[in-house]
Design a protein around this ligand. Structure first.
Ligand SMILES: [Zn+2]
Length: 447
């Protein structure tokens, strides 16, 4: 059952509502955000030129780089005194992308996440174990507010702590889990190692997002954990989780909360709008946000839209599961990682050269990252001098030197980017050079 009647409006009613909200948000950003006033003026566009959603193609795009350029507060449409929450996600330069919320925005977020929870079959009778990370990342608090709005009992355990997750699943009788799909499978693996009888776990549904996953992975999760696995989608720039969600009835595409987030599909190369059914880059206009509305935000996610009415009764358009991104960004265990971020961390160590390849593998259930990086010729020479010594003690120290460097880089990556990686040091000139765009990433994960 839809949580809100706005999820089942006729197309005509929905278009009217969207058009009103779009006009309002154009006024809001034009008169309150200098960045947008400039963008509109460059196109010779006034907010009053936008009569409805049919005119959305005339509006300028917003890109991730615009958020970075206006870091931290340049895109706010409300004074800081009216901001009640600030979240952030990792960016390419080490500076995070900042998103802000007014009290009403937090209300909107709770509402769209309540829809997500309800679409997954959650009711006030459920016990929701929220294993999304709490903190600057929007996953934890987004799911938390939505589950509370539905009236469920929320366990704010956050991510990690696998054995404790299993203990609470058993003892608290959790019926719904919110986490990344890979973490759910990891919990299962650990439960097996602990020889836990799955009959002692009442879990019924999992709401999984924050990283791309496949139908094969869904089947695996559903069979092993004996639950329904629901795909949910969002991004912090727009609101966090709550942009779209599958329904438990159909599990076939994610209903976009179109009354708040106007979706378009474009050709990422040309910016041209594409019709329903065609695959392209998802672009979203957050029409009802107060603190930081974004006009035609380019998500970088590749998908297509399906307008057919769903078995669940929702009329909201459905987006196909997101499997790839338009740019090079990697999502490792739910953390966004850009190759350039890894590069900037590598180059903090003077002993390594800017020649590297990032290898991503799926070992068991978890993504593992191995960074192959060359040491500098100078470092190599110093090592060689030591190797020439016949003294065994010196040779061991030389080994220790390699281990020290490897650990230093691994620690830096963990501290700065927030993911655990493995580093393999290579001699100079052993990593293949490229004359064009360097192939920095080898992604061996199943597509
Ligand atoms: Zn549906």
């Amino acid at each position: 059952m839809p949580w809100n009647p706005e999820e089942s409006l006729s197309r005509q009613e929905l278009t009217k509502l969207q058009s009103e909200r779009l006009q309002k948000v154009c006024e809001r950003v034009y008169f309150r955000v200098p960045f947008y006033k400039k963008k509109f003026d460059e196109k010779g566009l006034k907010p009053s030129d936008i009569k409805g959603v049919q005119d959305i193609g005339r509006l300028p795009f917003t890109k991730k780089v615009d958020l970075r350029d206006n870091y931290p507060y340049g895109l706010l449409a409300e004074p800081l005194e009216d901001i009640v929450r600030i979240h952030a996600s990792s960016g390419t330069t080490g500076k995070p992308t900042v998103v802000a919320y007014t009290q009403n925005d937090i209300g909107t977020w709770a509402e769209v996440m309540a829809r997500t929870l309800a679409a997954g079959g959650t009711t006030k009778d459920d016990i929701v174990q929220n294993a999304y990370g709490y903190g600057l990342f929007t996953g934890g608090l987004g799911a938390h507010y939505g589950a509370e709005r539905v009236g469920a009992s929320v366990i704010p355990i956050s991510g990690g702590n696998t054995q404790k997750q299993i203990m609470l699943l058993q003892d608290f009788g959790s019926t719904v889990i919110c986490s990344t799909p890979s973490f759910a499978l990891y919990i299962y693996d650990v439960a097996c190692e602990m020889k836990i009888n799955l009959d002692t776990i009442k879990l019924r549904v999992g709401l999984f997002g924050a990283e791309p996953w496949t139908e094969e992975m869904r089947r695996e999760i559903e069979e092993r954990l004996r639950i329904k696995a629901i795909d949910i989608y969002g991004l912090s720039e727009i609101i966090g989780p709550g942009v779209s969600s599958e329904c438990i009835e159909a599990q076939s595409g994610l209903h976009i909360n179109e009354d708040h987030f106007y979706p378009e599909i474009i050709n990422p190369a040309t910016g041209e709008q594409l019709p329903y059914g065609r695959e392209g880059e998802l672009v979203i206009t957050s029409m009802s946000r107060e603190a930081m509305p974004l006009i035609r935000y380019r998500t970088g996610d590749m998908t297509s839209l399906n307008p057919e009415t769903c078995a669940c009764g929702r009329t909201l358009v459905r987006m196909r599961r997101v499997l790839g991104r338009a740019d090079d960004m990697l999502i490792i265990r739910g953390v966004n990682v850009f190759p350039s971020q890894v590069e900037s961390v590598l180059l903090r160590s003077e002993e390594v050269a800017p020649h590297y390849v990032i290898e991503v593998n799926r070992r068991g259930r978890l993504d593992e990252v191995n960074v192959n990086v060359e040491v500098t010729p100078k470092f190599m020479e110093e090592m060689a001098t030591k190797v020439l010594s016949t003294d065994l003690k010196t040779f061991v120290q030389e080994e220790e030197e390699l281990v020290r460097l490897k650990h230093e880089i691994q620690k830096n990556v963990k501290d700065i980017i927030g993911v655990n990686i493995e580093v393999t040091l290579k001699p100079p000139n052993t990593i293949q050079r490229s004359e064009g765009k360097a192939r920095r990433v080898i992604d061996n994960r199943p597509k």
